[in-house]
Design a protein around this ligand. Structure first.
Ligand SMILES: [Zn+2]
Length: 68
């Protein structure tokens, strides 16, 4: 019985057993990609966020006002 998870990078199956040194990623490539993204995020903290304002809150707000 293999413990299998979904690789957070490529969303393929990733083995969680000790035979996979890159778990929870499926491969070294995905592990490095994730590490690179993490570093990019850490370095971009001081920069203005471009994505936060793009989040559409309207459906949530409609739902909220209907309840009150
Ligand atoms: Zn992967």
């Amino acid at each position: 019985m293999n413990k299998v998870s979904i690789c957070p990078v490529c969303e393929k199956e990733a083995e969680l057993s000790a035979s996979n040194p890159y778990r929870p990623f499926c491969s070294e490539r995905c592990r490095l990609i994730d590490l690179g993204q993490w570093i990019n995020e850490a370095y971009s903290v001081s920069e203005p966020s471009i994505s936060d304002n793009d989040i559409d809150l309207e459906p949530f707000q409609k739902h909220y006002t209907q309840d009150t």
